[in-house]
Each structure stands twice: as structure tokens, then as C-alpha cells.
Write a protein that binds this ligand. Structure first.
Ligand SMILES: [Zn+2]
Length: 936
């Protein structure tokens, strides 16, 4: 297609000898294609229109290679345009190879690296449209592509000569939805982005920028493959909105804390590119750029489109700019008008038009591209240097600097000081403003900690193949592989540090370029104590404080501190793994099959079996197999079981006799999941999860709940966080009430989704539902329902005021932003079957309960999970964690003949917390069926 167009074009050139006319016809401007200029007030393009434009430009220009990077969740084609000089485009495979090899830094000498860096071209990724209501994103992408493809000025040509530019659309589905919504009003002045009826990324909306180490969504997989497996750009630039009030945009460099696993060269490279961006705007007379403490963005967290690249030695850039198709005002924020290091060139109050944001964005893109063109050899060499540093650190004893080590040094010193009972204040009391002029403390304390062999960084990790939920461990390994991590697989059994491991175990060594990402996925994050001032309130992290994926997924692994080798076969980069399941036959004739409840995939298999009409039981007998599934054998079942073992990597056992002891017949439930107009993100994650695990569900909206008769339609109703409001007396949510919408202004199909859960109308219906035998499962803040129901539980996180009044603990005493904590489970309950005795939960200032011993004794409340120590923190930041001791994290309470479940922690967190999915799954089968004892 591309070829034939060019052929006709050259033919036309020869025949007419009118080159300019030919190219003018072949390269349509945005105005010619869309009917308006990008950035015109009140005009947005849909993705359908943009996609057609990308194809036209690619067909007409020899500066472009159009790449389909995969399908979206809604089934659209997601495109990336590779733009460079025609000469570079011809040699694109060579430049991609150089970029890959330097980023992986394997088997290259210093000299080879230098030579390749000077031969190569800087690879720069620019995306747009990730958050679709941030409409500047997708539109600056279109305008930037047009300018790069059509301009013939010296700077553009130099950029095209030295850079390979990857221009990727981050969320096609979202642009289609948002642009159609905005443009549905004929009158331009009436157009608005407000009140979008559903999420702009199927299932997860804004959380599409929270998915980049897990990659649950297809778009995240498509993008990550280009970033971490295919291209390894040295710089990537992720466009967002909005700038903080009184600025035009926030950009790099960002505020602390940055993550201790980064190479320092990465952090200073962000500074350098940030300076080039800010500098260019000032040279062009474009004020309003704010950086560092001028905005909330930090470089701590992994998981964003911009931030996961940091853990791969890539310079990640994010800008948040103001503007949109409807003109707006830059407000007067007096404190922003004093120039300082964060905002050197403040913007003054004025009317702001869409085109200004587009022009700013193109300038910023050009600043980055110009920097890359000028320093292409340095960028290519530096990513090699960072990769090489990682390989070196992972090949020897190495101690990364972190607060844990520094605290250990300080406490060792303080202990000795106390022993000597000496108080020479001139020594060591440098304080914050001494700037290192104090005399320091003896170096032996450094050696005692940062040369302690027990405190070395691991040389690698082993994921044994014989763990109870190996398919989930393989899902974890696949998350690493999708992120470009080098993984090995054992071809036979082996021994490391006196421990035997079976064939099929996975090995992840740290002697690899993307070592920071490896450490981050296995090791705890140690967020520093970050307060506004000493004794003051905490500074909220930009996103999570701790997220260690291996902990969230409940993966069993060993940290290996010494170098180790074995019969390890390299998994080719990007090649996803699927666990081999087995059906172990019974010794004699088969009575049935046992599926281990500890394996999450057993629930998929059971749901398939139930769908096919199989009988399934859960074994109640205490012991290792408690809660496991038993499926009586029939001719039809055997084939299904074999398929389940193969498809889901399950170890299924054929048994000659039905297992001893009581068992409960498993029946599917009619499951309803709460959602709201516009779409709840946590609900969307659960909907996605239910699809992955083959639980059929229906969405339920507040109007459905208020209408009553719930028990006739449903067996279980799920409420994710932020569904159930607080009871009035405890309401300190400061009136974040849902805006009342006028149904008449909305498309008819969405009107039934309006409304919210109220104490007056909805709660009595939920109570009747449970009294009639229904089950309600609540997660996070929706455990508020316990207080509406007057259950004998109380908030555990309170203190008494001097006036003798109970009040929630203030943030100066207790503050736990998104982090991983350890709980104990009562895993003898059907609700917790398959859970370990202790496990990790994702906690985000989550509710914690106090239950009276009396209520427990009477069976009014059954605790399912609790904090058994005063140090439950596993990863992240837990200020005042000692307040958690003995607090109840999850419980069940009978209500009438039904059940109420409360899970304080985020047990389905962003589709990542596989280690706690069973806490939901277990509540989704009917246990009110036949309970029978099967004895031999
Ligand atoms: Zn955004």
C-alpha cells in the first residue's frame, strides 16, 4: 500500500515535474484532513479520524513507518508511528538493534559500546492520549507528527537525522469515547468534557497509568513490549494534564523521594532533559513551567507509564499541562507569582486557548528531540553505562544505600555513645543545616553495616516449581518477562545454598541491565519518613509507598546472596511462559479429581466445570487439603479435567476413593457487582478480574438497590471501596458528595445508572437482602456498612481526647499510605480456605476494626484476619504501625440467615494482589446446598 502510493507519486513527479504539488497533495495538513486545525477552540478529533490521518501520512511520507502495536481492550488497532529521516527509516532494523544491545549492555566491551553509541541514533518515545479527558495529549501527538513529517527547517532535519522518534497513541478507545462525548453538542459553547458516562479505558479508566509493572490491560502490554522488549528508548515522554493552579505546566525534574534502586546517572539525566525543556520555553517566551517542589510528582513509585521506565534506566518525562478545547482562565494564585527555583518564570492571569497548549507541547517535544539529537551518542552510551553498572552490581557483593542501612548505622553509633555515657555535643550533631561541615562519626559504623555480608543485595532469586500456587508464580514471572527482564528456567533439579529445587523452577539473576526493576519487584520498598516539617503532617506520596509485586501475588521465592549457577536455560526476551499442568492418575479406577484450593486457577477450572454441569464439592476436613475441590468422575468430566490441567497449569490429582470427611456441594451464585454512573475504577478492576476467573456477574447500580427485591435476583452483592458512605456521625469525608446530574441531559441508556448509595434508601434494602439469606461482601471503605448495620465492631484506629472523647488518630501519629502489611488468617474458616496462616495484604489507610471478645464468643463476629504484631509493615511506609497490633483486618458477621463480609485491605488491588483474590472467590459459591459426609 505504502509502496504503491509512493510509486504513483514518483510517476507524477516524472510526468508533471512538479514536485511541490505532488507532495502537497500527498501530505494532507490537519486542516485538510480534519476540517479544522489542531488546537482550534471547541474542536476535538476522534480516534477513527486520527487513525485515518496516521495512515494517510504514513502512505505519503518516507519519514514514517506505521506500526500496529496490538489491539486495545475494545478491539481497536493501537498505532505507533516511527518517524525519522528517510535514510534512517531504510536502516531502521540496524538502529533498533543498536538501541536494544546498548540498553541490555550484555557482552559488549567499552570500545564496542562507544562505537555503537556513535553509529546509533537516539531513540525517543513520545505518547499522547493515555488519560483521554486530558485532550491536549492525543491532539499534541497529531500536531507533532504533522510537523515532524512536513517541516523542512534546519532543526527538524537535524532532529530527523539523529533521532528515531516513536510516536505512540496510548489509549485509542478513550479518545473515541471522549471526543464523541464532547462533540455531541452542536453548539460549540455547550460542549463539555464533564459527566462522561463510562470509564475512558475499558474497566480501569485513570488506572491505565497504574498498570505498568503488572500489565493487566492490553494497551499496557502493547506499550511495554515496545518500550522494554523491542525498542528501549533512551528517553520517553508521557503527556498529561493538568498543571497545578496558577501554572501552565508541571514537568521534570521532580520532587524527592526518588527511588534508591536507580542509577544516579538516571536521576541527573532527568535533570538535564528537564532543564532543556524549561530552557526552551523561556527562550521562546512561554512562561508557567513549574518543577520539583512546584508539583506533587516524584520519582518514587513504579507502575506508571512514565515511572516504570526509570527502573529500566530510561529517562522518563511527564508533563501536566493546562488547557482544552473550551477556552479557560489561568487563575490568579499569588504565591505562584514569586519566581523561584521551582517556578523560574511564572505565568500571569489570562485567558487560555487550546492552541496555546498545543504550541507549548510541540515546543516541549522539540526541546526533548533537539536534546536527543545533540547528545545522541551520550544518551546511547549512558543507557549502556547504567545497564553495565547494574550487571556489575549484580555480579559481586554490593550494598545499595537505603534508609534501613543508614538507620542501622545511626543506631549502632547511638548505642555506643550511650554506653560511653558521653555527651560531647560538638561531635556528630551536624543537624540539617551543617551541610556536612560536622565531623561525622567513625567509619567503623559504615563497615559494620555496609560491609555486613548478611545485608548484601541479592545476586538473584529462585522461584521453586513445587509451590502450592505455581501458576500464579508463573504469572508473576510473565510480568517480569513482559517488562524485558531476563529470566532463566531450570532444565533439571539443582541445589543452591543446601536447598534442593525441582526442574522447571525459575531463576531471576540481578546481573542484568534492568536490575533496578528486578530488585523492585522482589524487595520491599523503604519509603522514607516524609513530613512537611518535624512533627508536622505527612506528605502524601504521589501514588503507592510500597507495592512489591512478589509479596502482593503471594509468590514463594528465595533470595540468594551469593553468586550461583546451575542447569539454567535462558528464556528468550519477551517469551511468555505457561506452566505445564498435570493430571496425576489414581492408582486404580478413578472415583474423582481433587483440585487444590490454594491455586487461584482452580477457581477458573471449577467455574468451567460448573458451567458444563459438573458436580463439584469442597472438602471440609481440616488439614492440608481443607477447602480443596472434589469432582466425581464421569466420562464427560475426564476430558474437561484434562483440559483444565493443561490450560490453567494445574496439578490435578485423580483419586481412587472420595476423600474422607464432610464436604459441601458447590453451586454457582448469582453475583452482583456495584458500579456507578461514569464507572468506578475499583469496580472495573473487579469486573475484569471476574472475567479472568470466569465468574459470571451482573452490574448493579444504586437505583437497582433502592428498588428492592434483591434476594429474588441475587445471591451475593459486592461493594468495592468508596461505594458505601460513612454513617453520619462518623462522616468526616468533608462533603465530597456526588454532583447531582440532570437525567434529561444524558443519553437514555445511562439514566438508570445515576444515584448513589444512601443510608435512608439503600441500606435497609441491603439489610433485608442479608436477612433473607443473601451475602454482602464489602472491601475497603465500603466496610462502613458494618457501622450502618450496628454490628458489634468499632474503629480500632482511635484515641481519647483530653475531654474523654474518642477521635480518629491524627496523621501525625498514624499514617499508612498504599503499602504491604502482614496479617494472620484463621484459615480454618470457609471464607479463608486456601490462605496461608500468615500472608501479605495491600493496605491503603484501610479500615481496621476492634471486636469485643464477647461478640466473638457469641459468634456475632468471626475475625478472619488480624494484625498480630506491632510491626506488620512488609513494604512501603507505615507511620505509627504499632497502633495496628491486635486490630482486625477482616471479619464475617451473620445477618439474619445471610452473611456480611468486611475486608479492610484492598484484596483485589488493581488486579495485582493475587495473594488475596481467594478472600473474594471463596465467598462466590453457594455453601447453603447439601452438606454431606462421605465416609468410606
Ligand atoms: Zn493524566
Amino acid at each position: 500500500m505504502i509502496k504503491s502510493n509512493k510509486f504513483y507519486c514518483s510517476l507524477a513527479v516524472m510526468l508533471l515535474l512538479r514536485v511541490s504539488l505532488c507532495w502537497a497533495q500527498a501530505l494532507p495538513s490537519p486542516k485538510e484532513h480534519f476540517g479544522f486545525d489542531i488546537g482550534d477552540d471547541y474542536q476535538l478529533t476522534t480516534y477513527t479520524q486520527a487513525e485515518a490521518y496516521f495512515k494517510k501520512l504514513a502512505a505519503a511520507s518516507d519519514r514514517v513507518k506505521l506500526v500496529d502495536i496490538g489491539l486495545t481492550e475494545e478491539g481497536r488497532h493501537q498505532y505507533m508511528l516511527v518517524v525519522s529521516s528517510p535514510e534512517n527509516i531504510k536502516n531502521i532494523a540496524r538502529y533498533k538493534d543498536i538501541s536494544q544491545r546498548l540498553a541490555r549492555a550484555e557482552n559488549l566491551t567499552e570500545e564496542q559500546a562507544r562505537t555503537m553509541a556513535s553509529e546509533g541514533k537516539a531513540v525517543v518515545w513520545i505518547d499522547g492520549g493515555l488519560h483521554a479527558t486530558e485532550t491536549v495529549g492525543a491532539h499534541q501527538l497529531i500536531e507533532t507528527i504533522w510537523q515532524l513529517v512536513s517541516r523542512t527547517d534546519q532543526e527538524t532535519l537535524r532532529i530527523l537525522d539523529h533521532d528515531i522518534i516513536l510516536l505512540a497513541h496510548a489509549n485509542p478507545d478513550g479518545q473515541e469515547l471522549v471526543s464523541n462525548w464532547y462533540m455531541r453538542e452542536r453548539k460549540p459553547e455547550k460542549r463539555s468534557l464533564d459527566n462522561l458516562p463510562r470509564l475512558y479505558q475499558k474497566y480501569v479508566g485513570h488506572d491505565n497509568n497504574r498498570d505498568f509493572y503488572m500489565m493487566n490491560m492490553k494497551e499496557s502490554q502493547n506499550i511495554s513490549r515496545q518500550l522494554f522488549v523491542e525498542w528501549m528508548p533512551q528517553i520517553m515522554y508521557n503527556h498529561h494534564q493538568r498543571g497545578p493552579a496558577g501554572s501552565v505546566l508541571a514537568g521534570p525534574p521532580y520532587r524527592d523521594p526518588f527511588n534508591y534502586v536507580y542509577d544516579p546517572l538516571l536521576v541527573t539525566s532527568i535533570d538535564a532533559v528537564g532543564a532543556a525543556m524549561n530552557n526552551r520555553l523561556n527562550a521562546e517566551g512561554k512562561p508557567g513551567y513549574t518543577q520539583r517542589a512546584g508539583s506533587q510528582f516524584s520519582t518514587w513509585w513504579n507502575g506508571g507509564l512514565r515511572t516504570t521506565p526509570y527502573f529500566h534506566n530510561m529517562v522518563g518525562l511527564l508533563t501536566e499541562i493546562i488547557g482544552g478545547p473550551t477556552p479557560e482562565d489561568v487563575p490568579l494564585v499569588p504565591q505562584r507569582l514569586i519566581p523561584n527555583g521551582a517556578t523560574p518564570n511564572p505565568v500571569t492571569p489570562q485567558k487560555w486557548h487550546f492552541r496555546q497548549s498545543i504550541d507549548y507541547s510541540v515546543s516541549l517535544n522539540y526541546a526533548v528531540l533537539d536534546y536527543a539529537a545533540r547528545y545522541s551518542d551520550e544518551l546511547l552510551y549512558n543507557i549502556y553505562r547504567m545497564g553495565k553498572n547494574s550487571i556489575e552490581h549484580g555480579s559481586k557483593d554490593y550494598w545499595g544505600l537505603s534508609p534501613k542501612h543508614i538507620d542501622a548505622i545511626n543506631s549502632a553509633h547511638a548505642k555506643d555513645e550511650a554506653k560511653e555515657a558521653k555527651s560531647d555535643e560538638s561531635e556528630s550533631s551536624g543537624g540539617d543545616f551543617a551541610f556536612g561541615r560536622g565531623s561525622g562519626i567513625p567509619a567503623k559504623y559504615f563497615d559494620a553495616v555496609l560491609k555486613d555480608p548478611a545485608l548484601r543485595d541479592p545476586r538473584g532469586y529462585i522461584i521453586p516449581a513445587d509451590q502450592p500456587d505455581f501458576p500464579t508464580a508463573v504469572a508473576f514471572v510473565n510480568a517480569l518477562i513482559k517488562s524485558g527482564i531476563l529470566v532463566h528456567k531450570a532444565t533439571s533439579g539443582f541445589t543452591v545454598a543446601d536447598k534442593k529445587y525441582p526442574a522447571g523452577s525459575y531463576i531471576v539473576q540481578t546481573k542484568q541491565a534492568f536490575r533496578p526493576h528486578v530488585l523492585d519487584m522482589f524487595e520491599p520498598q523503604e519509603h522514607p519518613n516524609d513530613f512537611q516539617y518535624e512533627g508536622g503532617p505527612p506528605i502524601r506520596p504521589y501514588d503507592a509507598a510500597g507495592w512489591t509485586l512478589a509479596y502482593q501475588m503471594g509468590v514463594q521465592f528465595d533470595r540468594i546472596l551469593d553468586g550461583f549457577e546451575g542447569p539454567f536455560q535462558r528464556v528468550p526476551y519477551g517469551e511468555l511462559q505457561s506452566p505445564k499442568g498435570h493430571l496425576t492418575a489414581a492408582a486404580s479406577s478413578t472415583a474423582g479429581y481433587v483440585l487444590d484450593t490454594r491455586a487461584n486457577n482452580s477457581f477458573i477450572a471449577v467455574n468451567d466445570l460448573l458451567q458444563a454441569g459438573a458436580e463439584v464439592y469442597r472438602m471440609q476436613q481440616a488439614g492440608a487439603e481443607q477447602g480443596s475441590f472434589f469432582v466425581p468422575a464421569t466420562d464427560k468430566i475426564k476430558a474437561l479435567i484434562e483440559k483444565a490441567a493443561a490450560d490453567y497449569g494445574l496439578e490435578i490429582t485423580g483419586v481412587a476413593q472420595r476423600p474422607a470427611g464432610a464436604s459441601t456441594k458447590v453451586s454457582p451464585m448469582r453475583i452482583a457487582l456495584w458500579d456507578t454512573y461514569g464507572g468506578s475504577i475499583p469496580s472495573g478492576w473487579v469486573r475484569w478480574l471476574m472475567e479472568q476467573y470466569h465468574f459470571p456477574i451482573q452490574l448493579i447500580y444504586p437505583q437497582d438497590i433502592d428498588a428492592g427485591n434483591l434476594r429474588e435476583k441475587y445471591d451475593v452483592i459486592l461493594f468495592v471501596t468508596r461505594a458505601i458512605p460513612p454513617v453520619k456521625s462518623q462522616d468526616n469525608s468533608r462533603g465530597r458528595e456526588a454532583k447531582e446530574l440532570n437525567p434529561k441531559e444524558l443519553p437514555a441508556e445511562y439514566r438508570s445508572q445515576l444515584g448513589r448509595i444512601t443510608a435512608e434508601k439503600s441500606i435497609p434494602q441491603l439489610k433485608s437482602f442479608m436477612e433473607a439469606g443473601g451475602t454482602v461482601v464489602t472491601i475497603g471503605s465500603s466496610t462502613n456498612l458494618a457501622y450502618h448495620l450496628d454490628l458489634p465492631v468499632r474503629n480500632a484506629l482511635v484515641e481519647m481526647t483530653s475531654a474523654g472523647k474518642e477521635q480518629p488518630l491524627p496523621a501525625t501519629k498514624y499514617y499508612i499510605p498504599g503499602s504491604i502489611l502482614r496479617v494472620n488468617y484463621d484459615n480454618m474458616q470457609p471464607a479463608t480456605w486456601g490462605m496461608p496462616a500468615k500472608g501479605d495484604v495491600y493496605f491503603d489507610n484501610s479500615p481496621v476494626f476492634k471486636v469485643s471478645p464477647d461478640a466473638i464468643a457469641k459468634g456475632d463476629v468471626k475475625p478472619l484476619a488480624w494484625f498480630s504484631t506491632n510491626k506488620p509493615l512488609r513494604s512501603g511506609w507505615a507511620w505509627g504501625q504499632e497502633y495496628l497490633q491486635d486490630g482486625v483486618a477482616a471479619f464475617m458477621a451473620p445477618v439474619g440467615s445471610g452473611k456480611f463480609y468486611a475486608f479492610g485491605p484492598e484484596i483485589t488491588f488493581r488486579g495485582q494482589s493475587h495473594g488475596t483474590f481467594k478472600l473474594l472467590f471463596n465467598q462466590l459459591y453457594s455453601t447453603s446446598g447439601i452438606s454431606q459426609t462421605m465416609r468410606q
